[in-house]
Design a protein around this ligand. Structure first.
Ligand SMILES: *[C@@H]1O[C@H](CO)[C@@H](O)[C@H](O)[C@H]1NC(C)=O
Ligand SMILES: *[C@@H]1O[C@H](CO)[C@@H](O)[C@H](O)[C@H]1NC(C)=O
Length: 482
């Protein structure tokens, strides 16, 4: 497809030859906005499109998520092209995997400058480039496009959406429609109009794509509900879509099953809680739907990318356990030095702090080193194994009673079972069960902490085992090593 991306005016002035080229191509055709297309040619009249851009710490996760979602469309037998609107800095090998392995068409575009950038505070900076979604209107090879975010799970075929009009979206809250899935009729005129709105900085409530599009279609709430005509004809105009096309995962957690009796139950979306997107291994069993996402990933894509890191971590923990067993006497000496000196309250306090820091490290470090997108069963197994290995180090270093150090470990295992238990009647009962479990296990955790501190105290007071003054720095260093 011929054409060039829209370039900011400053660059136009600076780069004269480019200006000339742009003038020529603009005169040659209407298809400005598309840079380059990779992958197979257009084969269908309709397309499911998603976008990808770089520059957030979560780029890789969204890459995996887009691939799983696009492949899930094959599972529901979607009869349409799959198009990815990718910014030009998406890595070459990602583009290659998505075109060759997943059969996507990748349209490479220049990022649209977001004039509302300053409205986006803090964490919302990741939405800076979501205006690239507007490029969906440039996909004029297609009669209709369904634009989707990567945090959707398709339960059923939704091809009837291509019968909807020029713009259709779902209200998942009473006032503003959601732009995680919408139907549009591509049109360069509409696209140019939107670019013009960006230039003049038209009002945008949230600084991202949703606020912008709500501004473009402010009266959608008053529009009729979309019902696909039986005879397959396409509608004109704008419509609201039934909620079943964007079922908010939060509803599921209330009932623990889908129950939208009117209309389809087709697509699940995960708009809230950015750290509990379904692809994170820790999100299951905290939020039960993660397993559905990972089942699709398991079937369609697999986990080859994460396996080397996983194997390396397992090996590392085995080595840590082995080394701890061999080095046990030396480690203890390091922590409780055999020097009969007058004991000092500060040193005692520091050693106790070191025990607590070491415990916290033993239970948190394994969490952060696991690749975020592995299967939850894999993730939790490695987490528990890692926490066990590091706990063994703490037990041996400070000569702590093993059962008390491992009480936390057992409590975590218990909590996972309580959360994953599949026969809760609804989400409220589940939450009550989780609270009940936490309430009952808290005294045991407290008791184990008290016993650990008692044991440290006993060690410090036992005659030959006195800490040498001036050594606590070394102890803390030692604990940090693990
Ligand atoms: C298809 O059905 C719609 C109403 O559902 C009707 O308005 C339209 O004329 C029909 N088109 C054809 C080609 O039958
Ligand atoms: C919608 O508009 C197009 C072009 O304007 C026209 O060809 C088509 O028949 C219209 N469809 C309906 C259902 O009115």
């Amino acid at each position: 497809m011929a054409g060039r991306p829209p370039v900011s005016e400053r660059r136009l002035v600076a780069v004269l030859p480019l200006l000339l080229l742009l003038a020529v191509t603009a005169a040659a055709g209407e298809r400005r906005g598309l840079a380059r297309v990779e992958g197979p040619p257009a084969r269908h009249r309709h397309a499911y499109a998603a976008m990808m851009y770089m520059g957030t710490p979560r780029d890789y996760e969204f890459y995996v998520a887009v691939r799983v979602m696009m492949r899930s469309l094959t599972r529901v037998r979607a009869d349409a092209d799959r198009v990815l609107i990718a910014s030009s800095d998406v890595p070459r090998d990602w583009v290659r995997a998505m075109t060759e392995e997943d059969g996507m068409r990748v349209v490479i575009v220049e990022n649209l400058r977001n004039p509302y950038e300053s409205n986006l505070g803090g964490i919302n900076r990741r939405f800076k480039l979501t205006l690239n979604k507007l490029y969906a209107w440039t996909l004029v090879d297609y009669e209709r496009v369904v634009m989707i975010d990567s945090d959707n799970i398709f339960l059923q075929n939704t091809d009837e959406l291509f019968q909807c009009g020029q713009f259709c979206a779902v209200f998942i809250n009473p006032c503003y429609f959601h732009t995680g899935l919408f139907v549009l009729q591509p049109s360069m005129d509409v696209f140019k109009g939107m670019l013009h709105d960006l230039e003049v900085g038209r009002e945008n409530s949230d600084g991202a794509d949703q606020g912008f599009l709500v501004g473009c279609y402010p009266d959608l709430l008053d529009k009729p509900m979309f019902h696909p005509p039986e005879n397959g004809t396409k509608l004109n105009g704008t419509y609201r879509l039934p909620l079943g096309y964007q079922m908010d995962a939060s509803y599921y957690y209330l009932k623990l099953h889908w129950h939208v009796p009117c209309g389809p139950n087709s697509v699940i979306t995960f708009p809230s809680a950015p750290w509990f997107k379904p692809w994170y291994w820790w999100s299951w069993p905290i939020l039960p739907l993660g397993l559905s996402w990972h089942k699709q990933r398991w079937d369609d894509l697999g986990y080859a990318a994460e396996m080397p890191v996983i194997l390396m971590e397992v090996l590392m923990y085995i080595v840590i356990i082995a080394v701890t067993r061999l080095a046990r006497p030396g480690m203890t000496k390091l922590c409780y030095n055999r020097r009969p000196e007058k004991q000092n309250a500060l040193v005692q306090w520091l050693i106790k702090m070191a025990v607590i820091v070491a415990m916290v490290a033993a239970y948190s470090i394994p969490f952060f080193v696991i690749p975020r997108t592995v299967h939850p069963i894999m993730g939790w197994s490695i987490y528990l194994f890692g926490a066990l290995a590091l706990s063994v180090v703490v037990i041996n270093a400070f000569l702590l009673p093993p059962l008390d150090v491992l009480t936390t470990w057992l409590a975590i295992v218990g909590m996972l079972f309580v959360m994953a238990f599949p026969w809760y009647h609804d989400g409220i009962v589940r939450v009550l069960a989780i609270f009940g479990y936490a309430f009952c296990s808290a005294p045991f955790l407290w008791a184990s902490l008290v016993r650990m501190m008692d044991s440290v105290q006993t060690m410090l007071e036992r005659d030959p085992l006195f800490p040498r003054l001036g050594e606590p720095a070394q102890e803390i260093e030692f604990s940090k090593l693990y």
